[in-house]
Design a protein around this ligand. Sequence first.
Ligand code: AHR
Length: 515
Amino acid sequence: MDNVEVDLHRDRAIGVTDPRLFGAFIEHLGRCVYGGIFEPGHPSADAHGFRGDVLALVRELAPTIMRYPGGNFVSGYDWEDGVGPAASRPRRLDLAWLSTETNQFGTNEFIDWCRLADTEPMLAVNLGTRGADAARRLVEYCNHPGGTTLSDLRRAHGWKLPHGVKFWCLGNEMDGPWQMEAKTAQEYGRIATEAAKMMKWVDPAIELAACGSSGRNMPTFGAWEDTVLEHTFDQVEFISLHTYINNYAGDTAAFLASPDLMDRFIDEIVAIADAVAIRRGSSKRIMLSFDEWNVWYRTRRTPAARTKPGWPVAPEILEEIYNMEDALVFGGACISLLNHADRVKAGCLAQLVNVIAPIMTETGGPTWRQTIFHPFSHFSNLGRGRVLRARIKSPTYSASYFDPRGAQDLSFPLPEVPYLKLAAVHDEGAGALTLFALNRSLTEEMPLRVNAGGFSGLVVDQALQLHDTDLKAVNTKDHPDRVKPSALAGVRVEGNTLTATLLPASWNVIRVMVS
Ligand code: AHR
């Protein structure tokens, strides 16, 4: 491949990453909670039943905010079922995942777990089968200090101090027909506005995300955001967006190109949100909460992959096994998020454990890192700071990404996909510049040259790559480290120029100290 050139400058920044960009998601779904983060009786479990081995990996992964309790689950959830003495909590049918919910883990346990995992809680309220009243009551239960029936109930349950939950989601994917009590944009816009208003009356310090489209392939995409924001504009800080990338077509080149559609999705939502602001003559800017994103397809389309018969408790569903190429695409998605640091101010990898997750467990057994664990951990641990605008001169290829929409299948043409996808983050405090670089060529090494304008004294601090000659390689219980980062040799600096050679189909992280 010809030389690939990147020009960036210390003074040209896109924006500063918000700490909430590096979040993840825990849903009452399959073995994410039960057998995942919570398993009383497991050899590593503490007195609460929280698995210590999982917590250790979560700390290494370093998610900064955690969304809970769903997902589709939240649209049928009565939060009252999950608080109070565990022995008297009800067992319920969960219509989202056709399972039995035992409610042995609920809001208070989640808050305790977040404190241990050093992550901020993000709660979603049920705007499917419930509404504004249940939502404002949950805010009162969680955040009001005391002296009212609901806040004193929390205190009686053992949590004297308010939880102080700041970030709240107004429902989940309310545009999706699969959602319990799905709504039109008009219906949802009205309910979300009323819920938001009352929730903020209870606690004016909270921040709210309205549901955007559950995918760019939704037939209502665009019109949905426009209508919902017309209703909720004055009440919310965020609009959400969700993306699950697939390789149904078995076309690895197109799969690797597809994070570019996330860039497009973000730009489109920013345009719609800003158009709403402009129509209203408002200088307020709605930020984006990318609160579900990942690769997900193998355990997705057929009901048999999503549910198990007989209303089981914590069934093994959506246990996607991630391979090497998934990790590359996942890394591409991390780069897309970083490169929109000015507007995407929250993000949640969906999900955290067992269910389309970077961390796997065996119930009663060990835990291990899936391939996608590695790019996320790099993204979260090294991606904090000022994201610089990089001008990339790279050869390109063309691809067509296949994205199913119900019975109708869509193809999105991607005519000019640069082989290099890259984000550059300057951490001023640490005096470091980190490059996240994906070589999307399946066959050719990439000679990379980065001109880092405005920086001097470059010293290579870390250089890692994730690469495997077998793109289908996976990590398993018996081979947990089949795919793991290795040193990237041959990174050189001279003046403010850095050169490296990136292997075909590789994810690379290069951190240089700068002055
Ligand atoms: O993350 C799995 C599911 O995907 C979530 O419950 C839902 O919001 C989305 O459709």
